[in-house]
Ligand binder design. Sequence first.
Ligand code: COA
Length: 175
Amino acid sequence: MTGLTLRATVEADRPEWIRGLRASRELHAPWFPSLDDRGGYEGLFESGMERQAAGTAWRGLAIAPDGRVAAWVNLNDIVRGVSETANAGWSVNAEFAGRGVATWAVGALLTHAFSPEGLGLHRVACGIMPANHRSLRVAEKCGFRREGFARELIRIAGNWEDHVLLAKLASEHGG
Ligand SMILES: CC(C)(COP(=O)(O)OP(=O)(O)OC[C@H]1O[C@@H](n2cnc3c(N)ncnc32)[C@H](O)[C@@H]1OP(=O)(O)O)[C@@H](O)C(=O)NCCC(=O)NCCS
């Protein structure tokens, strides 16, 4: 899909941000902690905006030409100083699934994360459930390399789920 743009989330995005997430509940539910564990839609939006304002997160949106949110791409747990790292997370709006949107959006997120004009980070990591083949494929296409395996890392749908650990370095990103 062409014509997408990446930008940071702003307060005015709240209604469309929530509408897209609601429309994508079935696609996201097997792979993300329950909204009940994260303060519901409003609580999740607000905590993301607070962490973005504090500089510990960057909450990105891939916007379709018609203004809808096509994907959510986030950098969480940003650590500066001698680390310059973050953890990436991503999902697409179900209305845009299977059209290359996540691959484009994660690639654009990494460019923002690593470039000196963006966040200037050194390393971006992510964790993906072994059964999430689509997301593992997105990570692979975007140049993440497998580094390890974390047992029972996150509680999802009531179960503690193992995650494959991956990362990409700034020196490995072509832009
Ligand atoms: C994972 C997700 C972000 C992918 O979004 P998307 O925009 O549909 O992904 P893309 O179209 O960019 O790429 C998907 C790739 O997976 C491949 N794929 C699809 N189903 C697959 C399967 N069952 N097994 C292996 N690969 C699969 C596609 O063929 C494509 O690869 P290709 O370009 O080499 O053909 C989306 O499905 C989603 O939001 N899932 C729920 C939330 C989630 O899992 N987030 C990540 C948590 S770590």
